[in-house]
Design a protein around this ligand. Sequence first.
Ligand SMILES: O=P(O)(O)OC[C@H]1O[C@H](O[C@H]2O[C@H](CO)[C@@H](O)[C@H](O)[C@H]2O)[C@H](O)[C@@H](O)[C@@H]1O
Length: 248
Amino acid sequence: MTQLPPPPDFARLLESGLDERPLALFLDFDGTLVDLAPTPDGIEVPEYLARSLHELGERLNGRLALVSGRAIVDLEKHLGPVKLACAGSHGSDCRGADGMNIGEIPDGLPPKLLAEVAEFAEQSGFALEDKPHGAALHFRSDPSLEDKGLAFAKRVAEEGDLDIKRGKCVIELVGRGANKGSALRAFMEKEPFAGARPVFVGDDITDEDGMRAATDLGGYGVIVGDREPTCAKYGLASPAAVHHWLGL
Ligand SMILES: O=P(O)(O)OC[C@H]1O[C@H](O[C@H]2O[C@H](CO)[C@@H](O)[C@H](O)[C@H]2O)[C@H](O)[C@@H](O)[C@@H]1O
């Protein structure tokens, strides 16, 4: 396993002491800002997290975005109202800190497909997460279900013209085209992000799209944990290390 070096000192990055371009920060949620838990609703969100993120957003003059596989409404269930730029549902649903949508907001799964996914989940031992812009099949309680879930998801994705997103003990079906890289690029075209150096911090395979886009735009990725392969330049061990680095 390759050990990546830690990212540069965050206080110095914030002061722009190391760079002629200001910093824009893109943060994944599960596995990056909060530890993974047995179920989506079982996460423990530190009481200071929402306040600290908003303070950080102010220090970055608005150049902070949360970029999550969760729907924005789900992020807000755990964080309270989020007055930061946000991309939910793996980049399908983007909005600025002012609450205005960026781009098209996709539909959810057609009811017939959702019913098919729900029936499969119930019969096969997956926990279904019904999301506003898709559906997730969770198998953390039985990792041996992965191949079965994938075969089913491939068939449904073809039938419904959907994308499959893989994650940690989860297989998701979402509308075609969006990913965390497209979300980062959409933010970077607009104020207050335009011209900044993007840094994407994440732990999972879907975060690699965000890290790749950040790298292409002159920034870099920070991988959290030991996932490989990664296009990240730097590494941090855990969400606790992310909090420490960011001074949350
Ligand atoms: O992009 P993220 O913010 O990392 O969101 C990815 C998915 O996170 C959630 O599932 C994951 O976290 C759960 C809680 O720790 C865990 O039980 C599950 O096994 C993980 O896959 C969330 O439920 C999904 O909707 C997100 O897409």
